[in-house]
Ligand binder design. Structure first.
Ligand code: ZN
Length: 451
């Protein structure tokens, strides 16, 4: 392993210039800009590193998945899969960037550019780790597969059908997730799960057109109706009031609680960051940490009705709309939850609201006692000095699809500095973290292959 790791050290220039090449190829899925070109570039890059690769397709207008595979001569019975994405978020607003977003400008320890961290930076650490093993040993410690999609930034609408169609091809014993954060004290976070998400829109309609507000004595206001409906969903402490909403949810285990306790979290720093005085339900310390890991939410993402422009306008709107996202935790089935929401609204007298469901995705978690967790944690400790285990990220990703369809544990680990401005202007990757993560991935492959 020493030789493999020192190969990473002496080939950092090569890693950095490969990442620059990737950044310079825009691949904005939201605008279908450069998607095919980027997929081809990634395919070529994999091949150059010694990984057999091909473009997989589901249909004509669906962005392709780049697939890569290399069999281990030494250990052909175990397979590690890297899931990443080659698409990026739009770079707008361009004028807030210090350097052009697709120029891959290097300044000191940072490479700036859209996708430098999310997710081209992460992808390059996986590719270069495999390359290091191949260059030094002419072999990899276990079979390696790459599944690199082009729609992550638009919600991975086709990852499920891709996984189903190519289930056999993608079969594996463990998945390294596409992202991974490093905190302000240079500790990588070994993530074992993601929450699920249910996104809905509720629409209330009353009159066929907006009216003069003097008529509010006679015409019902749909905005009031929505306010009243939404008020029945959740109490002021954040508890969701829909019947059976928490029915399948299991409490955190003793091990989960132990891990959560060990996670660093500073209430006052967090509050300062957002300029807030207190948390929902006045949570403190451990309660706040538990909520981040395992708290379901009912959040108003947007509320629109009537006149919202400058100054006054006495209007009685004909329509009102609210967008709500619910974060889900393991065992909550988005389809079941939608039915419960509908039933609830009907029972409360709001059966005439129109409900539009945009997105439903279940949560996923890998058990902390799975041997894969120990291997990744050890690799992270060796490479970074220290790491932190996180039972579940507070956000959502298609992890459940991988766990359910491939039946493999998923763990996130990576090189993205917590404040790397991903999705924002001046996104950057830190070269020191790219190096540590590449070494960490080399070590993960080695440990995974041995056990
Ligand atoms: Zn992203």
């Amino acid at each position: 392993m020493k030789k493999v790791l020192s190969h990473v050290d002496s080939n950092m220039n090569n890693l950095v210039s490969s990442l620059q090449t990737l950044i310079r190829q825009p691949s904005v899925s939201a605008k279908n800009e450069g998607i095919e070109e980027c997929a081809n570039l990634v395919k070529k890059m994999l091949q150059k590193s010694g990984v057999k690769s091909q473009i997989l397709r589901l249909g004509k207008n669906i962005p392709p998945v780049v697939y890569g595979e290399i069999k281990s001569k030494k250990n052909p019975n175990k397979t590690l899969l890297f899931y990443n994405h080659y698409d990026v978020q739009p770079a707008e607003p361009f004028d807030l960037w210090d350097f052009p977003p697709f120029s891959a400008k290097i300044k000191g320890n940072k490479i700036f550019g859209r996708g430098s961290a999310d997710d081209k930076g992460e992808l390059i650490t996986r590719i270069k780790a495999v390359e290091a093993h191949l260059k030094v040993n002419g072999d990899v410690p276990c079979n390696i597969k790459f599944v690199i999609e082009g729609e992550e930034e638009v919600g991975s609408p086709h990852i499920d059908p891709y996984l189903k169609k190519f289930k056999k091809k993608f079969s594996c014993d463990g998945v390294i997730w596409e992202f991974g954060y490093v905190d302000s004290k240079n500790r990588p976070i070994v993530g074992l799960g993601m929450k699920g998400l249910l996104f809905v829109e509720l629409i209330a309609k009353e009159s066929i057109r907006d009216a003069h507000s003097s008529l509010a004595v006679l015409i019902k206001n749909p905005a009031w109706k929505l306010v009243e409906a939404v008020k029945t969903l959740r109490d002021s402490n954040g508890k969701i009031l829909i019947k059976d909403w928490y029915k399948e949810v299991k409490p955190l285990t003793k091990t989960d609680l132990k891990i959560i306790k060990r996670e660093p979290f500073d209430d006052s720093d967090f509050k300062k960051e957002f300029g807030i005085k207190s948390f929902v339900g006045n949570k403190k310390g451990m309660e706040a940490k538990k909520a981040l890991v395992a708290g379901p939410t009912c959040n108003i993402a947007g509320f629109v009705s009537g006149y919202t422009g400058e100054g006054a306008k006495t209007v009685l709107p004909g329509e009102a709309l609210v967008k709500i996202d619910f974060r889900l935790v393991p065992e909550m089935d988005p389809k079941k939850q939608v039915q419960r929401l509908k039933k609830h609204l009907k029972a409360k007298g709001f059966g005439d609201l129109k409900i539009k469901v945009y997105h439903g995705e279940a949560a996923a978690r890998t058990s902390p006692s799975h041997p894969f967790v120990k291997q990744v944690k050890q690799a992270a400790d060796e490479s970074y000095g220290k790491s932190i285990i996180n039972v579940s990220n507070a956000g959502t990703g298609p992890m459940h699809s991988f766990v359910k369809i491939l039946g493999a544990p998923c763990i996130s680990i990576g090189s993205t500095y917590m404040f790397a401005r991903i999705h924002s202007p001046n996104e950057f990757a830190r070269i020191d973290l790219l190096k540590k993560t590449t070494k960490c991935v080399c070590l993960i492959m080695d440990k995974f292959g041995k056990n």
